[in-house]
Design a protein around this ligand. Structure first.
Ligand code: GLV
Ligand code: MN
Ligand code: MN
Length: 419
């Protein structure tokens, strides 16, 4: 049954700004850093503690918690029709190694606040409503990121992802087993089960909302990206004795590649986003000519043709700049620029106006689990401002009022889709 305008207004009014803020501060204790951010990488002790608190909050709301083969968590509030396909919201509790309190956590906690608001407004939906905590969105410890939703929507990727080796040498499969042992028995959830709709709340991670004085971003889509792992192999040697002309120095070759790639990616229209954020030399000793370098490329661009063209030149340029070393370039993730559902976008605009929050349309430069969910169901995203557009940084900051506005929008949209 469709909910009335009055029902949706009651749900929005039941979102409690203080409770939502308190939940953020509680979660931020897990992995809290001296600079006010969080280090809560995927399936570390800190992430597992955050997951455990989420389970506790779900049970306090009389919701069930299920977990799938990649560790995604599904908190379910039943609807009147137990056979109906559910509607979901959610995001991720894992963080970058020097992350903030809001990237990801907001989307999960806005979902928990939605469950409180539905209870407070005494709303019973027809479809079940779920809050999802996706595994390894950030991709810092285990690569690639946005992994949980990728496996959920493409189960054939499960084995490859379970075998991912973390930056600390731990295999994801073992980290997951440790979480399951710590969390105790939980219902198992199959991968790729359908949804009737999905909406994700997130801080913007860019300055557009703040610059324009808008509170809600109606996200039109997510720009495409290509991620690569590059391995440059030279030869270890004594740094004091081996003549320069005879060296196979992997750092020299790899840094020449990084500079060359940055030059190739220069774009007068400022559409390309190119980053080498991890660059590791082995064996990493001052007096050994480095025998190997591994570096990670994160390349994004909303223009599909430009991204395809430039991405296609990466391996060739690395080869050309390898000097006496060998190089191997592996593409580990690739996505097209993905539009969101116009119907969900329209619901978000209406929900923002019901909540008296000024909104604007914008494209997401960051990747999100919502991108993968577009394969399953009508999907959208709601952005709220973050201070100075800063994110992936311990200084990341957002206001309680803006977070509550985003939660009000998500609660209404999920309720509307759930009927
Ligand atoms: C997500 O954190 C991304 O890297 O876009
Ligand atoms: Mn995020
Ligand atoms: Mn992030």
């Amino acid at each position: 049954m469709a909910l009335t305008e009055a029902d949706l207004a009651r749900i929005a009014a039941a979102v409690d700004e203080d409770r939502l803020w308190r939940m953020h501060m509680e979660m931020a204790k897990f992995g809290a850093t001296a600079k006010g951010g969080v280090c809560r990488e995927c399936l570390t002790d800190e992430d597992n503690q955050a997951r455990k608190l989420l389970i506790q909050w779900a049970h306090e709301l009389r919701c069930t918690v299920a977990v799938d083969a990649i560790g995604n968590m599904f908190i379910r509030r039943p609807g009147t029709d137990p056979d109906a396909v559910p509607v979901a919201t959610g995001s991720h509790l894992d963080s970058q190694p020097t992350g903030g309190k809001f990237d990801g956590a907001f989307g999960v906690l806005a979902g928990i606040e939605m469950l409180h608001a539905l209870d407070a407004a005494e709303i019973t939906t027809t479809r079940p409503v779920e809050v999802i905590n996706f595994t390894n969105e950030e991709g810092g410890r285990f690569q690639p990121g946005v992994m949980g939703s990728q496996v959920y929507t493409r189960p054939e990727e499960l084995e490859r992802m379970l075998s991912a080796v973390g930056a600390d040498g731990v295999i994801l499969r073992d980290a997951l087993a440790a979480f399951r042992a710590m969390a105790g028995p939980m219902e198992d959830r199959a991968l790729n089960l359908p949804y009737a709709g999905f909406v994700e709340a997130h801080i913007e991670q860019a300055p557009m909302l703040e610059e324009t004085g808008n509170t809600i971003g109606v996200v039109t889509g997510i720009q495409g990206s290509r991620k690569y792992q590059v391995t440059v192999t030279g030869e270890e040697a004594h740094s004091g004795t081996m003549p320069m002309r005879r060296r196979k120095d992997a750092v020299l070759a790899a840094s020449t590649m990084v500079v060359g790639l940055h030059r190739m990616m220069e774009d007068p229209a400022d559409l390309t986003r190119f980053n080498v954020g991890r660059f590791q030399a082995y064996p990493g000793a001052p007096s050994v000519v480095p025998g190997q370098v591994r570096f990670a490329i994160d390349f994004r661009c909303p223009d599909d043709a430009l991204r395809e063209g430039l991405g296609g030149q990466i391996a060739g340029l690395c080869q050309a700049l390898a000097g006496p070393c060998d190089v191997q370039v592996d593409e580990i993730q690739r996505s097209e620029t993905t539009p969101f559902d116009p119907g969900v976008m329209a619901m978000i605009r209406k929900a923002a106006s019901r909540a008296d929050a000024p909104s604007m349309d914008l494209l997401s430069g960051a990747g999100h689990d919502a991108r993968n969910m577009t394969k399953l169901c009508p999907t959208g995203m709601v952005f709220v401002p973050c201070k100075d557009g800063v994110s992936h940084n311990e200084a990341e900051s957002a206001t309680a009022a803006d977070l509550a506005a985003g939660a009000r929008v998500v609660a209404q949209v999920v309720a509307e889709m759930a009927g």
